[in-house]
Every structure is written in structure tokens, then in C-alpha cells.
Design a protein around this ligand. Sequence first.
Ligand code: PCA
Length: 205
Amino acid sequence: MPRTVLLTAFEPFGGQRVNASKLAAEGLDGRVIRGHRVVVVILPCVFREAIAALKRAIRRVQPSLVIASGEAGGRSAITLERVAINVDDATIADNAGARPVDRAIAAGGPVGYWSTLPIKAIVSELKKRRIPAAVSQTAGTFVCNHVFYGLMQTVERRRGMRAGFVHVPYAPGQAGRKVPTMPTTTTRKALEVVIATSITSELDG
Ligand code: PCA
């Protein structure tokens, strides 16, 4: 069986009609990158349900690498998230109408989990290709951070299995004129680079 990469993205949320992560990720389903077949799964933008859907996908796909992606409206670069934190603190409702405030994702769980992706190496590979990229110190406290935390908790004891989260900018036409966007083809290329570098890079740096 060929090795697989699970790439997740999110459905639209917050009244938007599209989600830039979904637009970009969907084009990679079935693609083979460095000998790994990519399986794309779109997660609901719903607290708890999103983690449940992610866990089902991990069980089904048995990936050797998991890249979770989401949209960060307002950011102008591909951002590699460094850390997931153990809190839900929503300022808008999720797609099921929930708006948890100051709630632990896992009661008694660790404060945070580090990404195990080679985030610095990925940023430099993206920059080499002239794709704006940066390390981010926070994935926020909405459903993206929630899924990132659930992901790292789920794969914590799986040796040699890398996992992490990447936020992408809005797609063109999605938001007002003053908001930064990135063409979907560029975002898709960036996700390919994230996957390829996570497979090949031994060291972070
Ligand atoms: N972005 C949101 C949730 C889903 C998404 O694509 C976030 O950053 O939390």
C-alpha cells in the first residue's frame, strides 16, 4: 500500500460562501507527492464535531503525515502554526451556533502541543518559490486551533508521524478590497510544498 498524507481543510464559516483552504486543498485530492498519495477531507466548522471527523479520517486513511489547513482572513501569507493551545474562546458562532468562551478543549490536558512539522524549513522552501510565508505563534482560539489541538493529542504517541496546522489567506473575491488575498493556485502550490517538505526534511531549519 502506498503511503498516504491526510490533508484537511474547512467548510465555509461565519456567513462566507467559500473557504480558501477548501478551494486550495480540494485540487490536491489523489495527487501523489514524493511517493505519498494525498487524501483530502473537508471538516465541519463545528467545535467537537470537527475533531470527531478528523479522528474518523485518521482511522480510515492511516496516514503517515497529517496537514490540517484553515483560512485566516486578514493574513497575507501562508502561516505555519507553531503551537496549539488548550482553549476554545470564540467571538463568532461555529456552524452549529455554538460560541464557547474560555473553555478547555481537553479538561486536564496539557496547556499546548507543538507542531511536529518542520515549520522553519517549510517557510524557507515557500520563500524560495516567492510565496509569502511565516511562522505564526497562534492559531487563534476558534475551530482551527481546536482541530490543531485535537490532532496533536490524537497523534501524540505515534512515533515518526508528523502533524501540524497551516493557515492560508482569503481567496481573491472573497472579501473586501482592502483585505489581503492569495490566488488559489498559489495557495494550492504552497500546500504541496508544505507536504513535500514535511516528507523530505529531516531537520527543522
Ligand atoms: N478558519 C477558522 C475556522 C475554520 C477556518 O477555516 C479558524 O481560523 O479558526
